[in-house]
Design a protein around this ligand. Structure first.
Ligand code: BG6
Length: 478
C-alpha cells in the first residue's frame, strides 16, 4: 500500500502526518508493505526529503524519537517532485506507484482539490480501492464547499472520501462516545428534563501569527466552530447510534446538525458575540494586537461566542453555549454538562450556602479529566443542621492509564483510513448541514451589522460575552 502525501514538504506533513506515521510504525501498526511517498512541486530528491523528515520527526518526537525506528521508517519513505494540477504530474506518480492500492492525502489548499482530482482521474488512479483524504477547510461557505465536494465526487466515491476533522482523532473526544454509550448511568439524565445547559469552550493562548492570510479570510466562526466545535456538539447531543459503523454514527450526527435552530438577524445580537484581540499579555509575554499581525484594519473575528438550540424532543429548551478564541488566558478545551438544581432544597440556611447543581466537566485539553461535581456534607457536628460543600468526583485519564506519550490525533485517523474505517470522518451531508447553519449566522451578522468587540490578549474574551450569557440567565464556567 502507498500513502501519498500531496503537499509532502508542507507544515502539516512535517508537524503531524509524518510524525503520526512514524509513531504507527514504532508501535508496529504499519504493515511491511506500507510506503510513504511525499509529493510536492519542490525540486528535491529522496535523500533530501528523508533529511527533512528526519529533522521534523526529531523535533516533534523529542524524547520519544528513536533512531532505530527511524531507520526502519526511513526505508519506507520516497519522494516525487510533481505538480498534480496537471495530468503529466499524475502520470509521473502513476509510473512510480503502478497499480498498488493508494491513499492520496491532500494536504494542500482546497482550491487545488478540483484540479488534482481531475488529473488523478485522467491518469486512472481513482478507482477502488484507492481513496482520498481531504484536510479542512472544505470551502469557506455552503456553495464553495458544495463545489469542492462535487468536484471530488467526480473522481472518488463518497465511501472512499475521508474528510478529516482532527478533533475526532483526539483520545478524549472518542472517550465522549464511551462515556455516553458505555455507561447506562447518564442516558436517563441526558435530556432537557435534567440538563439545564451545555457549554463548549475551546480557548487557545496562541495568536494567529503568520497564518493571517488564511485566517483573515475565515475568522473563528469558520475556522473552529463550523467544524471542530460542531462535531463536539454532535457527539454530546446525538441519539445513541445502533452501532459504531460509519453510517450509524454519521446519520445521528447529521440529524443534530439539521436540527440546529437558525439564528437570524433579529436575534443574532442576543445570541452571539464576535471579538478580536488587541494588545495584552498572553502566556506571560507581551502580545500585539491582531490588526498588527495582519498589518491592516480588519473586522475578522478571533473570538466567537454563541448560544445554539437544537430543536428536537431531547434538547428542547436547552441552550448550548459555545465559545472559542485565540490569545486567551489559557489553553482549555472543555465541555460542561450543567444539570438542573434540586427541585426543592431541604437544607435551608445550610452553612455551605446554596445547594449547587451538579455538573459534569469533561476536559479535553490540556489535561484529560472527567469530573462530576457533587454536593457533600462537610464532616463535623453543627447545631444548625448540615453544612454542605461541593466536591468533584474526578477521573484523571493520565493517572488511570499512566502518563506516557500523548498520541497525535492523526495517528488514529490515518490508521482508520488504512483500515477503511470512516466512522471518525465527516460525511458530505454533515459538512453541508454545518455550513448551512454557519452561513445563516454570517448573513445575520452582516444584516444586523454585528462588529467585533475588542478583548485584551490574555483575557477570557470580550465583556459582551459575559453580558450575553448573563442575559440568558447563566454564566461561563471559569
Ligand atoms: C485548526 C485551526 O483546525 O485547529 C487552528 O485551523 C487551531 O486555528 C487548531 O489552532 C486547534 O487545534 P488543537 O488540536 O490545537 O486544539
Amino acid at each position: 500500500m502507498k500513502i501519498v502525501i500531496v503537499g509532502g514538504t508542507g507544515d502539516l506533513s512535517r508537524r503531524m502526518l509524518l510524525p503520526a506515521l512514524y509513531f504507527l510504525d514504532a508501535d508496529g501498526l504499519l504493515g511491511p508493505e506500507v510506503e510513504v511517498i511525499g509529493l510536492s512541486r519542490q525540486v528535491l530528491d529522496r535523500d533530501g526529503f528523508r533529511d527533512m523528515a528526519h529533522a521534523a520527526l526529531k523535533e516533534r518526537g523529542g524524547e520519544h524519537f528513536d533512531e532505530a525506528v527511524w531507520k526502519r521508517f526511513s526505508e519506507r519513505i520516497d519522494y516525487i517532485p510533481a505538480d498534480l494540477a496537471h495530468v503529466q504530474g499524475a502520470e509521473a506518480l502513476k509510473a512510480r506507484i503502478g497499480g498498488a492500492e493508494t491513499i492520496f492525502y491532500l494536504s494542500v489548499s482546497p482550491s487545488l482539490f478540483d484540479g488534482i482530482c481531475v488529473s488523478l482521474k485522467a491518469a486512472g488512479l481513482t478507482e477502488a480501492p484507492n481513496r482520498i483524504v481531504l484536510e479542512k477547510p472544505i470551502g469557506r461557505d455552503g456553495p464553495s464547499s458544495a463545489a469542492i465536494n462535487g468536484a471530488v465526487a467526480q473522481a472518488f466515491a463518497e465511501d472512499r472520501t475521508y474528510r478529516i476533522d482532527h478533533y475526532l482523532g483526539k483520545e478524549t473526544v472518542q472517550n465522549l462516545i464511551a462515556l455516553r454509550f458505555a455507561n447506562a448511568l447518564f442516558e436517563p439524565l441526558w435530556t432537557g428534563r435534567s440538563i439545564d445547559h451545555v457549554q463548549i469552550t475551546v480557548a487557545e493562548t496562541e495568536g494567529v501569527g503568520d497564518r493571517w492570510p488564511y485566517y483573515n479570510d475565515y475568522g473563528a466562526l469558520r475556522d473552529m466552530l463550523q467544524n471542530h466545535m460542531l462535531q463536539l456538539l454532535c457527539l454530546v447531543a446525538m441519539e445513541p447510534p445502533a452501532s459504531l459503523d460509519p453510517d450509524s454514527v454519521r446519520n445521528e450526527k447529521v440529524k443534530i446538525l439539521r436540527s440546529l435552530r437558525p439564528i437570524g438577524p433579529g436575534e443574532v445580537a442576543q445570541l452571539s458575540v464576535r471579538g478580536q484581540y488587541r494588545a495584552g499579555v498572553a502566556a506571560g509575554k507581551a502580545s500585539g494586537a491582531y490588526v498588527e499581525e495582519c498589518g491592516r484594519p480588519t473586522d475578522t473575528e478571533t473570538y466567537v461566542a454563541l448560544c445554539a438550540h437544537i430543536d428536537n424532543w431531547r434538547w428542547a429548551g436547552v441552550p448550548f453555549f459555545m465559545r472559542t478564541g485565540k490569545r486567551m488566558v489559557e489553553k482549555r478545551t472543555q465541555i460542561v454538562i450543567q444539570f438542573k438544581p434540586v427541585p426543592h432544597s431541604i437544607f435551608p440556611g445550610a452553612g455551605g450556602g446554596d445547594v449547587l447543581a451538579n455538573k459534569l466537566v469533561i476536559d479535553l485539553q490540556p489535561d484529560e479529566d472527567i469530573s462530576l461535581l457533587l454536593m457533600n456534607k462537610t464532616p463535623g457536628l453543627d447545631r444548625d443542621g448540615f453544612r454542605l460543600s461541593p466536591l468533584p468526583l474526578s477521573l484523571s485519564l493520565a493517572t488511570a492509564f499512566g502518563g506516557g506519550r500523548r498520541r497525535i490525533a492523526y495517528e488514529r485517523l490515518l490508521l482508520d483510513v488504512i483500515h477503511n474505517n470512516s466512522t471518525l470522518f465527516v460525511r458530505r451531508d454533515e459538512v453541508e448541514a454545518s455550513w448551512a447553519w454557519i452561513d445563516g449566522i454570517r448573513a445575520a451578522w452582516a444584516d444586523a451589522a454585528v462588529t467585533c468587540r475588542p478583548y485584551d490578549a490574555g483575557s477570557w474574551g470580550p465583556v459582551a460575552a459575559y453580558n450575553m450569557i448573563a442575559q440568558l440567565g447563566r454564566s461561563w464556567n471559569e
